[in-house]
Design a binder for this molecule. Structure first.
Ligand code: IPD
Ligand code: CA
Ligand code: CA
Ligand code: CA
Length: 264
């Protein structure tokens, strides 16, 4: 698997930030933590990881724009390129000592995601994709799961946190999906949910109320692993809408249909 120079820069930044997160994870009780809103935590570890990534990426491409969860957006002088970064996806897991969290870095060119990296430091799993070049975990090529029938599938989802709202609507969706599938999982890191779809570990995923940094890299992983991903209305504007439904061609469609069903 040959990686482009830009993908190498992204990998280096993700791994460096991931190593810092692993160190902080070992001393999580000493970290400063604050709330952005009800149930929405941020820590020193999130901010430090973003600084590391920003430094690495901007050093390599000083003219590119930068959108990260924990800092002001920088437009950049190059109108075509933008980094989209979630320095720590799964902060709630991280702060509770649950080793399911990741670093997510994507590169957007003229409004399209062309490269993505998701790194899970606790499992030392590095997911990479470049547009047209396939998706990989470490050096292994990824392919979405082949199951076609919903009742055979394990589907992952994101449960809205305390401040998110729409809990009633979500419960209807959850109930409808639960009634059709073999099992449901809630990992707590959207980037890893999508990486797991790409790797065929889960058959599908849905969540809404997300930001571009949660989804950008994972979206490319799914598509480059032969999967389908859309917003909840079935459109391709996933980053804009903040909602995502993903799986192989059959499971993606079946999930969209179930999510449209009213409460029964
Ligand atoms: C969160 C995680 C979580 C999802 C939330 C996200 P953060 O990101 O991805 O799985 O359910 O919607 O906000 O805040 O830990 O980067
Ligand atoms: Ca957050
Ligand atoms: Ca996130
Ligand atoms: Ca985050």
């Amino acid at each position: 698997m040959a990686r482009s120079a830009l993908l190498n820069v992204m990998v280096q930044a993700a791994v460096k930030a991931g190593r810092g997160l692993s160190r902080d994870f070992g001393e999580v009780q000493n970290l400063q933590v604050s709330l952005k809103g009800p149930g929405d935590y941020v820590s020193q570890a999130d901010r430090k990881a973003e600084q590391t990534i920003r430094h690495e990426l901007m050093r390599a491409r000083p003219t590119y724009g930068f959108l990260g969860e924990e800092s002001e957006e920088e437009k950049g002088t190059d109108g075509a390129h933008r980094w989209i970064v979630d320095p720590l996806d799964g902060t709630t897991n991280f702060l509770h000592g649950i080793p399911i969290f990741s670093v997510s870095i994507a590169l957007e060119r003229n409004g399209e995601i062309v490269a993505g990296v998701v790194y899970n430091p606790a499992m030392d799993e590095l997911y990479t994709a470049e547009k047209g070049g396939g998706a990989f975990m470490n050096d292994r090529r990824l392919r979405v799961a082949a199951r076609r029938v919903l009742s055979d599938t394990v589907i992952s989802t994101g449960v809205p946190h305390l401040g998110r709202g729409h809990h009633g609507k979500y419960l209807v969706e959850l109930r409808n999906v639960m009634g059709e599938v073999a099992g449901i999982r809630r990992l707590g890191s959207v980037a890893l949910d999508l990486a797991f779809v790409a790797a065929g570990r889960v058959d599908g995923f849905w969540e809404e109320g997300l930001n571009a940094w949660d989804i950008a890299a994972g979206l490319l992983l799914v598509r480059e692993a032969g999967g389908f991903a859309s917003d909840k209305a079935g459109g391709r504007d996933v980053l804009e809408s903040g909602s995502i439904v993903a799986g192989n061609e059959h499971i993606h469609k079946a999930l969209l249909d179930v999510l449209k069903k009213p409460v029964s």
